[in-house]
Design a protein around this ligand. Structure first.
Ligand code: SF4
Length: 334
């Protein structure tokens, strides 16, 4: 903890430069210049939870949408046409609106178009995760948001997400269900920064010890305002953000670091040179929107990097980075 504090508070440019160089060297050592690509597909924005910082929360008056099976197929077809072979399927947290069977059908449909299928959904039991794994899912993303229990209770007011422990233990259930990829993270700014980072790193070490065969990645979404209302208790400016990602690389040389289109093109470009190994491309953050780009609905967050998938691929190639569409060929999960 002291070390994290010291690094975050260090304003000496030479020290930051040394950290960045170390992060870059480790990234190239373990990942080469490969950058994995994935595209998110929101299946539904129904949510029974009330997280004060999220535009999809149950009390927010937005148009609720859930894709029908034929719409899911059309969206997947449109995403696959861009060449991307990894898809992340997302929902709000409503087991009623998007029950297990709905998700299983979505995964089975995704198998027709994609080699890698991950989910970012409500926390489940081991048996439910196993059913998704057997249907063809490879990975699950679940963020604790903040590890500070008091802060967690302040911002998670209703629904299943109120249950800190059930969420905290979800990655272990994901591992026990046999998933290949486990992705965890914290919503930076929501809680006390140093504590959250320290707890996140401890969480990851514990998982690595329990499930050494799984492939891990970390994401650091940054808290955004909603309608100008701020929810952050910690300031995470760009310089701090870069420091956090570089620090993470030095502590976990082999762990994937994901970066979404929440961040600007300029910052994503900079971090691709230092430590990021996986990025989302061509993202829409409302429900659907790929096969009919004119369809407008409420986004979970505003996209900051609006480059199209072909533009992003070209950028990577122009900068001697290798866009990776798939590093994995599907076999039946049993
Ligand atoms: S963060 Fe997730 S659970 Fe919370 S309100 Fe948003 S969609 Fe629902």
């Amino acid at each position: 903890m002291n070390n994290i504090n010291k690094i975050l508070n260090d304003t000496n440019p030479a020290h930051l430069e040394a950290l960045a160089r170390q992060a870059q060297q480790l990234t190239r050592q373990y990942f080469g210049r490969a950058i994995g690509l994935y595209t998110p597909l929101y299946l539904s924005n129904y949510c029974a939870s009330h997280c004060t910082y999220c535009g999809f929360h149950s009390q927010h008056k937005i148009r609720r949408i859930k894709l029908a099976p034929e719409e899911i197929r059309s969206e997947m077809k449109a995403i696959a046409a861009s060449g991307v072979q990894n898809i992340l399927l997302l929902t709000g947290e409503s087991p009623q609106a998007t029950p297990l069977n709905y998700l299983i059908d979505a995964v089975k449909c995704a198998k027709e178009f994609f080699q890698g299928i991950s989910l970012e959904i409500y926390p489940m039991t081991t048996d439910e995760y196993r059913a998704l794994y057997q249907a063809g899912a490879d990975g699950v993303t679940i963020y604790q948001e903040t590890y500070d229990r008091a802060r967690y209770a302040q911002v998670h007011l209703a629904g299943q997400k109120k249950d800190y422990t059930f969420r905290y233990e979800a990655p272990e259930r994901i591992g026990a269900a046999g998933m290949r990829q486990i992705s965890i993270g914290a919503l930076l700014g929501l809680g006390p920064l140093e504590e959250d980072l320290n707890s996140l790193y401890t969480h990851l070490r514990t998982l690595e010890n329990k499930f050494p065969g799984a492939e891990y990645s970390i994401s650091f979404p940054r808290l955004r305002t909603i309608k100008a209302q701020a929810f952050a208790v910690s300031t995470v400016d760009d310089a701090t953000f870069v420091k956090i990602l570089c620090l993470t690389r030095t502590l976990f040389p082999r762990v994937g670091i994901n970066l979404s289109t929440r961040e600007t093109a300029a910052l994503r470009n900079r971090l691709l040179e230092l430590c990021v190994t996986r990025i989302s491309v061509g993202s829409k953050t409302g429900v659907g929107g790929y096969h009919d780009p004119e369809a407008v609905n409420d986004p979970q967050f505003d996209v900051a990097d609006e480059r199209s998938t072909p533009e992003m691929i070209q950028y990577l190639k122009d900068h001697n980075l290798d866009p990776v569409f798939t590093d994995w060929r599907r076999i039946e999960n049993t």
